[in-house]
Design a protein around this ligand. Sequence first.
Ligand code: KG4
Ligand code: ZN
Length: 339
Amino acid sequence: MRVIGIESSCDETGVAVYDEEFGLLSNQLHSQVAMHQAYGGVVPELASRDHIRRLLPLVRAALAEARSPPDRIDGIAYTAGPGLIGALLVGASFARSLAYAWGRPAIGVHHLEGHLLAPLLERDAPVFPFLALLVSGGHTQLVDVRGLGRYRVLGQSQDDAAGEAFDKTAKLLGLPYPGGAALAGLAERGSGGRHRFPRPMLDRPGLDFSFSGLKTAVRVALRDRVLGEQERADAARDFEDAVVDTLTEKCRRALIATGRERMVVAGGVGANKRLRERLDRMARELGARAHFPRPEFCTDNGAMIALAGCMHLCAGDTTGLAAQARAHWPLGDDGTMGG
Ligand code: KG4
Ligand code: ZN
């Protein structure tokens, strides 16, 4: 089974070819970050139009890189949601049209399922079951992954997602959008301990998160102050430490509660170096193991959609003829469009 995967849920156009036997054969990506930067965030209509412009050349490039003509492709996977509805519709109708023209099945993939399964793209892949920490710009969730399509959400953010907190705090520190990686870079030069930012929701049981108060704490601490370079770096470091402490402690509790021996981190914030180091150490201390996809598989990409689509098509799942897209779509037990 060889599947082409199309990701267009937000501001990245990703196209990749995944083969059940040979693994990932190609991975093409166009990021719209530079285009949206002038506006300080993603402009949905511009995103949709750019996906239209990029998709066909990226599909051609992905097929060429994989040395795979269309007749070698057995199925087409596309991100069906959640995400920006216009952006999703571009990918869904494009993928559906390809499936129709090539006479192959299409499958709509849940974007978060793609993130959850991305660690399986790596050579040293975790086997089911495992615990997943999903930390992206739109979501923060702890998920018990029992098998393909068998996902139980154990806890999630009650307000801002971890990536959103990174981006908003980065903005406060004068960094360009999206600020997560830039804030992490700034934090490298900071020394911790100048500010004592809260560790939200650690004082109560349960596996939910809350990050909006943390962002506000940073705003209050920096209010009406002209910050020097070192002060900005110190604030970035203290903010990052607060997020990493909170995420690590919740993961520790979830590993203990579920008894799982493996965990994965997925989503854009999963690229954060300090988070990876801390989760790795915490898991070892519990006799468990943390798996991390390489940073380019943490952020949005077509490879994870091709992989998830391939797994579902191999399991006999397909999506009907309609091009399906859902802006809101909770991750439930059913990872396909039925959920
Ligand atoms: O998964 P993703 O690419 O897109 C969504 O589906 O949301 O995640 C993007 C998020 C952004 O908020 C970005 O600032 C954050 O991931 N991010 C980081 C890092 N790299 C990306 N946050 C913290 N540290 C990083 N190194
Ligand atoms: Zn994502």
